[in-house]
Design a protein around this ligand. Structure first.
Ligand SMILES: *Cc1c(COP(=O)(O)O)cnc(C)c1O
Length: 856
């Protein structure tokens, strides 16, 4: 039976308390712990029960309690103060000088399939989503004119619990958006804004929600509407579920629907940032829009769209990237391609590494790479891995020259620093660490933090983690129907004074959650040492279809349940932002042992570091660039060797892991001086603050994107659009003509003046003859590459210097070019010359994919 009418019953909030809704509807509370305290204070039990959802919470507080608060002067004072702070925060005008942008107008739209903004908005599965959430929060703090675009999953990502066999079970609660900090976007007449698009030849409609993240609006599309056919309604039901076709629908909704939604809302951001390949159809839809709306050729429209696009790739394994088979693409994009005037094969080539291979699947990151003029991986090492992985896309280029750079991820410090450590920072670093966590000056004062205060604070956080874990374990046991003895037993698992090692992450195979278990003897030895006790806390989810991951998890859980390990190894179910925040602040060691180089960046370790938790990690992702070889800011597991045999790699690294633990980490932790302080441990905590916090905050990351990507993209985009897209049309034409002429370009007769051996610092003149046909020298970039050589004759490090033409164009199209190099190091030194097309409007010549090397 269904009701024929639905009404919203709203709690009767005393007028004096009404401003609290401002706080409840903005996720600002997730990084202003005083607001969370304010909510909790109203009814601590209910607050916990609410899954930290302020809207549901306020709707469920008893009327008696509300009346009480209405008469509580102190509470009302605090409330008004917090509301005023939020008002001041959100009303500051945007200071960024994007030319011709009105204050308040968004310039950048950030597209992502998941966002981890707060615990109560469970539309994230792991690192990718949390990163997107932190990106929004830092953009808010830095007042970057940005908005977010994503999907409103009715059931979010699954909630995890274990059955009695230790096998992961998934639960999908239905979230009630009306009880969450989000609202429908309404048009001027108060109607719900909706976006319409086609999935193949069938219409799909989505309503648009908005949720506020400080100053940033995050828009979320929702297909759960009666207008949609039953098979389309679940498109936004769950994150990462269903088959390939469902994924394709979701990505069409996010990309194509997202771009259309911007129009519906009435905003016109010039720059789009595609977070992972999932949203690459956004680039495509923009191309289509520019063609239709401004009568541009496909080529010109690509130039415009790509100039204003940023693409960030996150997946270092080919299999992890979305690929759709040709027949599926044909079903949904044949008409779309026709509409753009493209033969289907040409359309498919946009998503193929080899455009001539008709069997190749359509790959979303490849599409994104082709439709963006700024591409990046998420750590220095991952940038390198990505250039290798996508080398086919620009197959004429040496891997080092691929136009994929890197911007290392960071975390939003005010969200992830626990309030206890935060108070300590306030006192010793000044309040600036919250606003400017990316300045090294702030962190340079970490030395001043009192050792004993820092250690006491840390010990308090560890004790709190242990309490939290006990409470969770009891709940888990009750849910599993355990005996009352077992349930009571959970009251004294873990030791609040023991060295506590945290391991929490997705149970993806490459993260090697069970590496630790491969030497059970060593593990038993360290956890059963009475003088120097060590304990482990695990948490993490496996993808519902990943039975391999679930098996690993089952192994961990089975071990946790054995008598030898019970109480010293525990597994906390349902890893989410809340568990993460307890773990990254309460552990002593953050253990991370992915198989190098498969971790793109990793961010949980950064959260730990900001709380004084020390890293013990393989040299992968961010740790590869942050670690110092004297282990002064944390420890490394193994080195930077490449392994062909993964089993052998495991074998080597497990040995190193236990060696380091037993011989260094445990002894440093238990080396106590006066007052029970582990002096050198505390020094490491402080040195990590000082050396690393400035670099690994998401403020630094967003500032990098702003400076290196958003600002240049905005500028290029505008210059291509001016005067009815004159420059874009010109550039597209030039591109076509250079493509046809490029085959003739030739470089010969490279000469190096001087002897075969030279002294360091002697300038060397390099000359080359370049055949350029009808091209002018201003259409050509000629460079000399030089550098020391490895044993097998490859460049170890190259220096690139531009060469200039020294003669007029000769009869027959030849010209002489000259450049000068200065070897700075002794050894075997190599020299070569190359040419690329050049155009003033092209931000980066490499995107044409054309290059010519000197012939011997
Ligand atoms: C930070 C975080 C992650 C990402 O951690 P990795 O280091 O990338 O494994 C995943 N899940 C949650 C809940 C997090 O808070």
């Amino acid at each position: 039976m269904k009701p024929i009418k639905i009404i919203n019953v709203i709690p009767l909030l005393p007028t004096e308390l009404e401003p609290i809704w401002h706080l409840a509807y903005n996720h600002w509370f997730t990084w202003n712990h005083n607001i969370e305290t304010l909510f909790a204070q109203i009814d601590p039990l209910l607050w916990n029960q609410s899954y930290k959802n302020p809207v549901w919470f306020l709707n469920h507080v008893s009327q008696t309690r509300l009346k009480e608060l209405a008469n509580d002067t102190l509470f009302k004072e605090r409330l008004n103060e917090a509301v005023e702070q939020l008002r001041l925060y959100t009303s500051k005008p945007s200071p960024h000088n994007f030319e011709d942008v009105k204050s308040g107008d968004p310039v950048i739209a950030y597209f992502s399939l998941e966002f981890g903004v707060s615990q109560c908005l469970p539309i994230y599965s792991g690192g990718l989503g949390i990163l997107a959430g932190d990106h929004l929060k830092s953009a808010s703090d830095l007042n970057v004119p940005l908005i977010g675009m994503g999907l409103a999953y009715q059931q979010g990502y699954f909630r995890q619990y274990m059955n009695i066999e230790g096998w992961q079970q998934e639960r999908y609660p239905n979230y009630d958006f009306d009880q969450m900090p989000m609202r429908h976007v309404l048009d001027q007449d108060g109607n719900i804004c909706k976006v319409h698009l086609n999935i193949g030849d069938r219409p799909l409609v989505a309503s648009i929600w908005v949720t506020e993240v400080g100053r940033i609006s995050l828009y979320l599309l929702d297909t759960n509407l009666p207008e949609n056919p039953p098979e389309f309604r679940p498109i936004t039901s769950r994150l990462y579920f269903g088959d390939n076709e469902m994924r394709l629908w979701q990505e069409m909704l996010l990309g194509i629907g997202g771009i259309k939604a911007l129009k519906v809302i009435g905003v016109d951001p010039k720059v789009i940032h595609m977070n992972e390949g999932h949203s690459a159809f956004a680039g495509l839809e923009r191309v289509r829009e520019f063609m239709k709306g401004h009568n541009l050729s496909f080529e010109a429209a690509v130039e415009v769209a790509a100039s204003g696009s940023i693409f960030t790739t996150h997946t270092p394994v080919p299999a992890g990237n979305d690929r759709f088979p040709p027949d599926l693409m044909q079903k949904y994009f044949e008409g779309y391609a026709r509409d753009m005037g493209l033969a289907f094969k040409v359309f498919m080539a946009l998503g193929r590494e080899n455009p001539h291979d008709d069997a190749e699947h359509f790959c979303m990151p490849v599409l994104a790479l082709r439709l963006s003029r700024f591409n990046n991986g998420v750590s220095t090492l991952h940038g390198h891995v990505s250039r290798n992985m996508w080398k086919q896309v620009w197959n004429q280029f040496p891997v080092d020259d691929m136009p994929i750079g890197s911007v290392t991820n960071g975390i939003h410090a005010p969200t992830w620093v626990s309030s206890d450590i935060g108070t300590l920072f306030d006192r010793y670093l000044g309040l600036n660490w919250r606003e400017e966590p990316d300045t090294h000056k702030v962190w340079s004062q970490s030395n001043n933090i009192s050792d004993s205060e820092l250690w006491r604070t840390h010990e308090r956080l560890r004790a709190r983690l242990v309490d939290f874990a006990r409470e969770r374990l009891q709940k888990q046991l009750i849910a599993q129907g355990a005996s009352s003895d077992e349930i009571r037993g959970a009251e004294d698992v873990l030791n609040p004074d023991a060295l506590t090692i945290g391991f929490a992450r997705r149970f993806a195979t490459y993260k090697r959650a069970t590496l630790l278990l491969q030497d059970k003897e060593a593990l038993l030895r360290i956890v059963s040492n009475k003088e120097r006790p060590v304990q482990f806390i695990f948490a993490g989810k496996a993808h519902p279809q990943d039975n391999g991951g679930k098996k690993l998890m089952q192994d961990v859980i089975a071990l946790c349940r054995t008598p030898e390990f019970r109480g010293k190894l525990v597994f906390l179910e349902d890893y989410d932002m809340e568990i993460a925040s307890y773990l990254v602040s309460g552990c002593d060691i953050w253990l991370n042992n992915p198989r190098r180089p498969l971790e793109a960046c990793g961010t949980s370790g950064m959260k730990a570091m900001f709380n004084g938790v020390l890293q013990f990690s393989t040299l992968d992702g961010w740790w590869d660039e942050a670690w110092k070889d004297d282990n002064s800011v944390g420890w490394a597991i193994g080195g930077r060797d490449d392994y062909d045999d993964p089993d052998y790699q495991d074998c080597v690294e497990i040995k190193t892991l236990y060696n380091m633990l037993e011989n260094e980490i445990i002894s440093t932790f238990y080396e106590r001086g006066r007052g029970g302080l582990p002096r050198s441990w505390v020094q490491k905590m402080k040195l990590a603050f000082k050396e690393l916090c400035g670099q690994y905050s998401s403020h630094r990351m967003v500032n990098d994107y702003l400076k290196d990507a958003y600002m240049p993209a905005y500028k290029n985009f505008n210059s291509l659009c001016k005067e009815d897209y004159r420059a874009a049309r010109e550039l597209a034409e030039w591109r076509t003509s250079i493509m046809t002429q490029w085959g003739n370009v030739n470089i010969t007769d490279v000469t190096v003046n001087g002897e075969n051996s030279m002294f360091i610092g002697d300038p060397i003149k390099v000359e080359a003859k370049v055949f350029m046909g009808n091209l002018d020298s201003n259409q050509l970039l000629v460079e000399v590459c030089s550098g020391t050589l490895s044993q097998n004759g490859d460049f170890v490090e190259r220096k690139i210097v531009e060469m200039k033409p020294v003669t007029d164009r000769q009869e027959g199209g030849w010209r002489l070019y000259q450049g000068e190099i200065e070897p700075k190091e002794a050894g075997r030194y190599g020299v070569t010359v190359r040419a690329m097309p050049h155009h003033a409007l092209l931000s980066d010549a490499r995107f044409l994919g054309l290059i010519r090397w000197a012939q011997s």
